[in-house]
Design a protein around this ligand. Structure first.
Ligand code: TYD
Length: 213
């Protein structure tokens, strides 16, 4: 039986997921003395990193939308089975940069495959193992993409190359996903500065970790 805490962080490009994850990990350690396992999708373990290399390769211009959805789901399955579930079974706190909601917003909605259809293949991949809490960092894609441009160190992947209209659809997709999973899905205003965003996020993480206080 999984007894740990599974938290996922979602958002469009340049929403600030990486910065928030570092801050939350530090804060959890300060407040609980517990170490957090941080990981990411697609990737996190060698098999899934190999799938990541294929799915994000800018040279793979021929990739079919269903192939893309299946590759993300395959990477998710392996990562969950090999890394996330064992950590939860050991009682750990796991923070994962992206999870199933990314597939629903990007492949299901923005690519037009249909959220319900992508949800079906992901139910197979995850056996319905869902996060306890999902923090979605919501920001206008124009702001997000300009943050990425300003951060020259970040790699530009195949999905970054999509146009602004695609990233707007991703945002709309996340809005729909928020309505599907109100019990775990929280939308945060990621146009806020990093301190303020951390405070917003911490409130939800703390009530997940200390439900009785
Ligand atoms: P990454 O470099 O991790 O980007 P980010 O910093 O934005 O998370 O690349 C992951 C990319 O893959 C990102 O563009 C979103 C996309 N993606 C999907 O389209 N579907 C998915 O299920 C996942 C996990 C990611």
């Amino acid at each position: 039986m999984a007894v740990g805490t599974f938290i996922t962080i979602e958002g469009g490009e340049g929403a600030g997921k990486t910065t928030l994850i570092t801050r939350l990990t530090d804060r959890i350690y300060r407040e609980t003395k517990q170490k957090t396992m941080t990981t990411r999708e697609p990737g996190g373990i060698p098999i899934a990193e190999a799938i990541r290399a294929v799915v994000l390769d800018r040279g793979n211009t021929k990739m079919d939308a269903r192939t893309e959805a299946l590759l993300y789901a395959a990477a998710r399955r392996q990562h969950l089975a090999e890394k996330v579930i064992p950590a939860l079974e050991r009682g750990e706190i796991v923070i994962c940069d992206r999870f199933v909601d990314s597939s629903l917003a990007y492949q299901g909605y923005a690519r037009g495959l249909g959220i319900e259809r992508v949800w079906e293949i992901n139910r197979f991949a995850t056996e319905d193992r869902m996060p306890d809490l999902t923090l979605y960092l919501d920001v206008d894609p124009e702001i997000g993409l300009s943050r990425i441009e300003a951060n020259g160190a970040r790699e530009v992947n195949r999905l970054d190359l999509e146009n602004l209209a695609f990233h707007r659809r991703v945002r709309e997709g996340y809005r729909i996903v928020a309505g599907m999973f109100p019990e775990r899905f929280v939308t945060l205003d990621a146009s806020a500065d990093p301190d303020e965003l951390e405070e917003q996020a911490w409130r939800y993480v703390a009530s997940q970790l200390f439900p009785d206080s």
